[in-house]
Write a protein that binds this ligand. Structure first.
Ligand code: UD1
Ligand code: BG6
Length: 371
């Protein structure tokens, strides 16, 4: 049921404040004045010790689910003190890459049925790793075959392009980082800031959704373009990949997410006065580096669309040759949840304006159950 919306993708983008609320329900413990704030993931509580003792955490997924894991990697590294590596499921299988008994392998899949992810799970399980699932589908193959896990509880997602599952996956993995990480005096303020940030996140998503009309206007400007680049780094490298994936899979426009730190090693050659480029430059530890990326792209007459934190437009984008997307600021590790929303809206409007099928893009399936 699409309710008042024209498409499922549109409905699922706009229901993210609610889906995120459901994802966090019963899992955040805010505590009274003397009680520490914490998280409770029922499906993991008996396995946290083993996970903390593992030599490595390996994320495995495909498509949007891989991107969600990538967005969560920095905070998991920071809070858990365990090295975190990333695997695209098909590539892990192609290489028969190393997976050991001392590893915790985390399988991220909205449907819980993706063949590559499922085969990688079987492989990791045979190699003796602790296998953890993060899925939206109770009773799915991945939920059944993992040793333990977390349901993201985002509600059914119908649009082939994943939107609300992506943001709920990131939130679950941020909670996973809090659950694995020890509650020490030195990191208590950071942990509490993240928990407060999680509690307020649905409100902030509601706020960023107000950019809908602005994103439709931007889509009108980009409707006839051949290509769109998206530059990000740090927490928002994943946002760049996921934003570009949305544009390419539904709007059928070539789009590439680029790690801004690699700009000078190739992508800079593409920059001219015609190619539109989104640069994500919201406030975090990488902010000043992104400011310098903006300057360098500007010096080469790049057609820039800059995503920055509210109030930063004037300082980040001097001159009127820029388009600006101002988003609410949240705790750095949760910023990817906010920053993807305008790009989801942009991809949606581009698709409708270009006259393509939003909910069932050409050649794609919601769940790829064959290799
Ligand atoms: C569970 C209940 C929820 C109830 C809550 C009350 C289910 C599905 N969930 O939620 O309805 O309100 O207790 O405390 O009945 N699992 C995997 N692999 C996965 C995902 C999950 O093995 O990929 C396992 C978990 O380890 C756990 C079980 O499935 O044993 C349920 O997981 P989850 O729904 O996340 O647990 P709770 O949030 O505690
Ligand atoms: C398909 C979907 O390719 O599978 C994508 O079209 C999705 O939207 C990918 O990200 C992975 O799916 P899942 O269910 O494993 O998260």
């Amino acid at each position: 049921n699409k309710g008042n919306y024209e498409h499922y993708m549109q409905k699922e983008i706009h229901e993210q404040p609610e889906s995120l609320t459901t994802t966090m329900r019963g899992r955040l413990i805010r505590g009274g004045s003397c009680k520490a704030k914490s998280v409770l993931l029922g499906g993991l509580k008996d396995h946290l010790k083993t996970i903390r003792r593992s030599r490595r955490i390996v994320f495995v997924g495909c498509g949007t689910s891989y991107n969600a894991a990538l967005a969560s990697r920095p905070i998991l590294e920071e809070l858990s003190d365990v090295p975190v590596t990333m695997e695209v499921a098909s590539d892990l299988l192609d290489r028969q890459g190393p997976i050991y008994r001392e590893d915790t392998a985390v399988f991220v899949s909205q449907s819980g049925e993706t063949a590559d992810t499922l085969n990688a799970l079987e492989y990791a399980s045979e190699n003796g790793a602790l296998c953890v699932g993060i899925t939206n589908t109770v009773g799915s193959a991945i939920a059944r075959h993992t040793h333990c896990g977390v349901h993201i509880n985002a509600g059914a997602e119908i649009g082939v392009a994943s939107t609300k599952a992506y943001t709920s996956q990131i939130v679950v993995m941020a909670m996973l980082a809090l659950a694995i990480g020890g509650d020490t005096i030195s990191n208590r303020a950071r942990r509490e800031a993240i928990i407060d940030g999680l509690c307020d996140l649905p409100n902030k998503v509601r706020e960023v959704l107000k950019l809908d009309a602005e994103m439709k206007e931007l889509a009108k400007l980009l409707i006839a373009e051949q290509s769109l680049l998206v530059f990000g780094r740090g927490y928002n490298y994943a946002t760049a990949l996921e934003g570009a994936l949305k544009v390419k899979e539904v709007a059928l426009m070539h789009s590439e997410g680029i790690l801004a730190g690699e700009m000078k090693h190739g992508p800079l050659a593409l920059v001219d006065e015609n190619l539109p480029i989104v640069v994500i430059a919201t406030r975090d530890a990488c902010f000043s580096k992104q400011q310098s990326v903006i300057q360098q792209l500007h010096a080469r007459k790049g057609r820039l669309i800059v995503m920055c934190s509210k109030g930063d437009a004037a300082s980040v984008c001097p001159g009127d040759s820029y388009r600006v997307i101002e988003v609410p600021i949240v705790e750095d590790c949760l910023q990817p949840v906010i920053n993807i929303v305008p790009l989801q809206l942009l991809a949606y409007h581009l698709t409708v304006l270009r006259g393509y099928n939003v909910d069932q893009p050409r050649n794609l399936a919601k769940s790829v159950t064959t290799q």
